[in-house]
Structure formats: structure tokens, C-alpha cells
Design a binder for this molecule. Structure first.
Ligand SMILES: Cc1cc2nc3c(=O)[nH]c(=O)nc-3n(C[C@H](O)[C@H](O)[C@H](O)COP(=O)(O)O)c2cc1C
Ligand SMILES: [Fe+2]
Ligand SMILES: [Fe+2]
Length: 381
């Protein structure tokens, strides 16, 4: 993938990574990296250690015998720092450009000796390569504290670190569903720092955004910036309901699907997730997408189905807020699931819980159907 005559893509696509950050299923993920060719040559970030060989070969082909002058490091998480040591060993004269915070963290990821080669930069510092000039912008907590973005002035290119990233192959150009899933699971907790970053970005004339994962974005940038504005404010993106259920023997699942059918018949968008079978990251992203949530869960050992508890823990950790919720519980002798779920929802900001709660005793009876209809009414009111 050639980006411009002088900014050349050398990233790699990792198609067989089983779990990103040790927990999220992905259709592969790219680790993006570029070389800026000018009087001085800069490599923009490295890649996960799983792909060091392929990436170094890409770099060599572009460098054509030259040694790079700089390695610009925007983020030290292993998916980007995993090949720093290898390229630094290969090109011993190359300087490493990063924030002071990154400099302090660098020895956690490389040999201590690399610290001597760091050129630390701060907000608004520039690095002139020739016709190209990089201007640096710190972005603490988008996604780690040491993060910085680089804006290349002549081509109006924003190297945006993990921001605006997405799972999947950069070649396929698909962005929204995987970018949403990526945002809420990876960056989601840090809404306020993302808002700060968006304010800085608003002052720039941007022609292309180059995130560390997924496709470069070079048209209709307002669309992407608007999505980030909404997501980072924790506001729902659209009206609709995520129905999430945890069911031991299937009856609670049946109730959840019935509720979803009723919601769909009312012309409201609805997604159903089975928390034992669907990947947590999809459930989380759908919860954030919609303005309403319906939770249906079996009672389990005086508490509630652990997959549901895990889901609520994830929602809480990602600062889920500003939503309306409804509860369905099931139990054979002492139903407790609604109480347990409510206790979690009450720890989140600005969640309004429907007055109605449906309690099913083991199997779905006719009377439950009317109760579910009433609950749906209240949820959609
Ligand atoms: C391991 C286990 C623990 C359970 N603990 C409780 C309990 O503490 N209280 C209760 O009322 N029902 C309990 N149940 C019964 C389930 O809550 C009941 O079977 C379930 O809610 C039915 O819905 P489902 O078919 O969707 O799983 C338990 C069931 C299992 C398998
Ligand atoms: Fe990251
Ligand atoms: Fe990343």
C-alpha cells in the first residue's frame, strides 16, 4: 500500500491472532507503520513482536540500503513497541523520538541501553526531515499515559496512535462496526482524554488520519470525528435496545428473544447477545451503541449467572452511563438475579432502571408473556 511518494506504508496484517489484548476475538488486526522518506528518514512506530521479521523486511525494501535517522514512537504498548529493540539493533545510529513519559517507560520494553538514544519531545515540538516536518501532540491516556500523536505539516497527515483505529484488514476499508468495537473495548474508559485530543485535532487542517490499526482515513473526515465525539461523551449513538442474556437451561434465553421480537415489532432496532456464546467485546459495543439495555438472567447459587456478572463488570470498567435499562430474572426457588444485576447498574452513572421487573420461575408461562410486554412498553416509553 503506497500512501504518497514520500510516506510509505510498511505495516503488517496479523491475520491469525486469536485474541487481541488477551480477550477480544478479532478478524485479524493490522499494526500500522510508515516510513517518511526525505533528506532525513523517519520510521513511524514499530509492530508487534509476532511480526518483527515481516515488518523489518518491508522497511528494508523501502529504505533501499539507507539507514533511518529517526524512529518516532507514539505508544509503547507491545502491539507497537514489540519490534523497537530489533530495529534499534539493526540501525545503531538511529535516534528514538518519544515523549519524556515514554522515555521513562522504555526500559520496561527494551534493553536499558536504548535510553541513551532517546530524543524526548514535548507538546508542539517539531522535527524537520526536509520538506516534511512532524509536529508532536501529547495525548495522555489515549490509550496509555505516554502516548503522542504526530502531525506531518506538508501532507496534513495526522498519525493518530490508537485513536481512530479498528480491527480487521486495512485493505478492506470497512470501518464503523469494528471501529466501534475497538473504541469501546480498547479506549472506551478514557472519554475525557479523547475529548481533549479532539479539541487539539479541531485546530489542525487534516487531509488524512493514519491510526495504528486499520485503514487510513482520507475522506469524509467529519464522519469519523463526529463518531469519536459521540463515543467519547458516552452518549448513545442511536435509538435501540441491546438484549443481553445469560441462561443456564435456555428458558431465560427464550424470554430474552421474545422481548427482542416484541421490540422489533415496535419498529425499534434491537440486537440480541447470548453472553455465554457471543464475544464480550461485541456485547459491550452494542450496549454503547444503543440508548437502552434489557438484561435477562438466571439465578445461580444465590447470585446470578457469572457471564452476566462479567458483562456488567466490563460495562462498569468502561464507564457505561446515560442509558435506560430493564431486567428479567429467572430462578427455581429463590430468584436473585434482578437484585444482583440492579446492584451493578446502580454503581454506574445515570442509569434509569424500569420499575417493572419480570420474574420467571424456571419456564416461561403465559402470564410471563404479558409481563414481558409490559416491561417492553416501559422500556420503550
Ligand atoms: C448451578 C445452579 C445453581 C442455581 N442456583 C439457584 C439459586 O440459587 N436460586 C434459584 O432460585 N435458582 C437457582 N438455580 C435454578 C436456575 O436459576 C433456573 O434453573 C434457571 O433460572 C432457569 O432458567 P434458564 O433455563 O434460563 O437457566 C440454579 C441452577 C443451577 C444449574
Ligand atoms: Fe494501545
Ligand atoms: Fe494498539
Amino acid at each position: 500500500m503506497k500512501i504518497s511518494d514520500s510516506i510509505v506504508y510498511i505495516g503488517v496484517f496479523d491475520r491469525d491472532l486469536d485474541l487481541f489484548e488477551g480477550q477480544y476475538q478479532v478478524p485479524g488486526v493490522s499494526y500500522n507503520s510508515y516510513i517518511i522518506l526525505d533528506e532525513k528518514t523517519a520510521v513511524m512506530d514499530t509492530v508487534d513482536g509476532r511480526k518483527t521479521g515481516e515488518w523489518l523486511a518491508n522497511a528494508e525494501a523501502v529504505l533501499n540500503g539507507k539507514a533511518p535517522d529517526y524512529l518516532v514512537i507514539s505508544h509503547l504498548e507491545p502491539d507497537h513497541s514489540g519490534s523497537i529493540q530489533a530495529i534499534a539493533d539493526k540501525y545503531p545510529e538511529m535516534k528514538l523520538v518519544m515523549t519524556a513519559k515514554a522515555q521513562a517507560m522504555l526500559p520496561q520494553f527494551t534493553d536499558a541501553a536504548l535510553a541513551a538514544r532517546v530524543q524526548a519531545v514535548k507538546e508542539n515540538d517539531t522535527l524537520t526531515l526536509g520538506a516534511h516536518t512532524l509536529k508532536f501532540m501529547t495525548a495522555p491516556m489515549v490509550h496509555w499515559p505516554e502516548v503522542m500523536l504526530s502531525y506531518e505539516i506538508s501532507e496534513k497527515a495526522l498519525f493518530s496512535a490508537d485513536a481512530f483505529g479498528t480491527f480487521g484488514n486495512p485493505e478492506d476499508g470497512l470501518w464503523l462496526p469494528e471501529a466501534r468495537r475497538y473504541y469501546f473495548n480498547i479506549v472506551g474508559k478514557y472519554g475525557a482524554p479523547v475529548q481533549t485530543l479532539l479539541k487539539k485535532a479541531a485546530a489542525l487542517d487534516i487531509a488524512v488520519i493514519r491510526p495504528l490499526h486499520g485503514p487510513a482515513l482520507n475522506e469524509n473526515l467529519g464522519f469519523y470525528l463526529d463518531k469519536y465525539k459521540v463515543w467519547s461523551s458516552y452518549a448513545p449513538e442511536e435509538a435501540g435496545v441491546l438484549v443481553a442474556f445469560g441462561s443456564l437451561h435456555g428458558n431465560t434465553g427464550k424470554a430474552a428473544r421474545l422481548a427482542a421480537e416484541m421490540i422489533g415489532k415496535r419498529g425499534v432496532k434491537v440486537t440480541v447477545v447470548d453472553l455465554a456464546r457471543d464475544d464480550m467485546s461485541f456485547a459491550l459495543a452494542e450496549a454503547f451503541k444503543y440508548d437502552r439495555l434489557l438484561l435477562a438472567c438466571s439465578t445461580y447459587d444465590g447470585n446470578f449467572f457469572p457471564k452476566m456478572e462479567d458483562f456488567l463488570l466490563h460495562l462498569k470498567a468502561k464507564a457505561f452511563q446515560k442509558r435506560k435499562a430493564a431486567l428479567i430474572e429467572n430462578g427455581s426457588w429463590a430468584p436473585m438475579a434482578a437484585k444482583g444485576m440492579k446492584a451493578y447498574l446502580e454503581q454506574m452513572k445515570d442509569i434509569s432502571i424500569c420499575e417493572n421487573t419480570v420474574t420467571i420461575k424456571s419456564t416461561l408461562k403465559e402470564e410471563n408473556e404479558g409481563q414481558i410486554a409490559a416491561l417492553v412498553d416501559e422500556l420503550l416509553a
